[in-house]
Write a protein that binds this ligand. Structure first.
Ligand code: FAD
Length: 423
């Protein structure tokens, strides 16, 4: 076993860990950043298309809301953000119609939540809405969006936290980094040199008020690092699974915060075609389409890369929709193609398919889900998880971001917040 000493160890080189490492680097703090994968980026995972012509996002893709950190980094790294404003279509009775108000049912539903009342599940909220006269169509639309956007299991997700988030404003026409998130995170990693260790999976953190020993494995090698402080950015799902052992165990306050946070599942299938065939279907009616909704399909949402005109469709299901797919043992790729066929019955979509790309975030032991949501009664669990433990352990990552949970922006900002706490 090799042993090292440093001031701060950062665990995980996703957006949060890289932002933390950058902050430490800029302040000339001695640190090491340990990443279990062979690559940086974590749940932001950009790969090239099969001909190398455009980027494909297997994880994070959009920039939601103002996202000041993300935009600042884009500017610094010379990358551009592209706005997605485009037409939406909804499949109704076998026909694709323009759907201009795709968020209104959700907005009305969350607008009705009494933020001071005891929390209840999204299912209970939907049931109340049904009794107060919402139509089946509105309820289905609301459920699909809550599942899809929040990756929420509606029987488990708290309605108060989601209502707060939606009332604060949800960005209905987000942007995207032009070249994907990959270059942005590579830019953050660039100055780190050999302080960034890939293939280094942290197994155990032995901690006390005076510091910590971090034990990591990389291939055959076992490394022990003595550090004054540790910033832990692994996903909440990894912490839930106990894959990083804390000795002694984390205090009850931190464990309670973790228990109140769930990891939501997402299926994202990237379908690469020979051509952007939908642009010519029906005399070009869908040439400027951004999103397609097919509520009756198991994978209900599809989107294009507009304003980039490239032959790629993303098929998306989140939260309960994924749980239902899994319960049926359904094949995600077959279901994604089935959605395409329902939307474009005149096209032989399989014949036009060039490649399919996806990553299973649920079974990936280094993510164990896509992104977090708050369970019923979750309240301020994200802030509670972000509280330092004995001035030695500091938690960061999207799950600790009360303002921008489940996003790259939230992860970036949490990394910077952790550095401020450490200092
Ligand atoms: C399919 C999908 C789509 C998404 N879409 C969007 C979107 O459009 N816009 C958006 O803003 N966000 C989106 N997100 C969420 C976004 O990707 C995350 O919020 C963000 O990337 C999380 O960053 P993080 O640093 O908190 O965690 P991560 O990126 O998960 O980083 C944590 C790192 O820790 C590493 N790790 C885990 N265990 C260990 C260990 N034991 N030792 C060492 N390292 C370890 C992991 O490998 C990982 O690299 C999406 C996520 C998914 C999965």
């Amino acid at each position: 076993m090799s042993t090292h000493q440093t001031d701060v160890v950062v665990v995980g080189a996703g957006a949060a860990g890289l932002a933390a490492a950058r902050g430490l680097h800029e302040r000339r703090v001695d640190f090491l950043i340990l990443e279990a994968r062979e690559r940086i980026g974590g749940r932001a995972y950009t790969i090239p298309s099969s001909d190398g012509a455009f980027p494909i996002e297997l994880g994070a893709e959009f920039i939601h809301g103002e996202a000041p950190q993300t935009h600042a980094l884009l500017r610094e790294s010379g990358e551009a953000a592209l706005q997605t404003a485009a037409a939406d279509f909804v499949l109704r009775n076998g026909r694709l119609e323009r759907g201009s108000d795709r968020w209104s049912a959700v907005e009305r539903l969350f607008g009705s939540v009494d933020l001071g009342a005891p929390d209840r599940s999204v299912d209970a909220l939907l049931e109340g809405a049904r009794r107060s006269g919402y139509s089946d169509d509105e309820l289905r639309t609301a459920r699909t969006f809550i599942e899809g956007f929040e990756a929420a299991i509606t029987s488990d997700a708290g309605s108060v936290a989601l209502a707060r988030q939606w009332r604060a404003g949800v960005d209905t026409s987000p942007s995207r980094p032009d070249g994907g998130y990959g270059p942005l995170l590579a830019f953050l990693a660039k100055p780190l040199g050999d302080r960034l260790r890939l293939n280094a999976r942290v197994e155990e953190i032995r901690w006390s008020r005076s510091g910590a020993y971090v034990r990591a494995v990389g291939g055959e090698e076992l490394v022990q690092i003595e550090a004054r402080r540790v910033i832990v950015t692994v996903p909440a799902g990894v912490l839930h699974a106990g894959d990083v052992r804390f000795t002694p165990p984390l205090p009850a306050r931190t464990r309670a915060a973790l228990d109140a946070i769930a990891m939501g599942p997402v299926v994202k299938v990237m379908l690469e075609f020979e051509s952007a065939f939908w642009e010519t279907v029906d005399a070009g009616r869908f040439r400027d389409a951004g999103f397609f909704q097919a509520f009756e399909c198991e994978i209900p949402t599809l989107w294009t890369r507009l304003p980039q005109r490239i032959p790629l469709l993303a098929a998306w299901a989140g939260g309960g929709a994924v749980a239902r797919l899994e319960a049926r043992g359904a094949d995600a790729i077959a279901e994604a193609l089935a959605t395409c066929r329902s939307l474009f019955p005149s096209v032989d979509v399989r014949a036009k398919l060039r490649a399919v790309h996806m990553h299973d975030w649920q079974t990936d032991p280094l993510s164990r889900g896509a992104y977090s949501y708050l369970r019923v009664g979750g309240g301020d669990a994200r802030d509670a998880l972000a509280l330092p433990v004995d001035d030695t352990l500091f938690f960061a990552g999207e799950a600790t971001s009360a303002d921008d949970p489940g996003t790259v922006e939230g992860a970036l900002r949490s990394g910077e917040r952790a550095v401020a706490q450490v200092l």
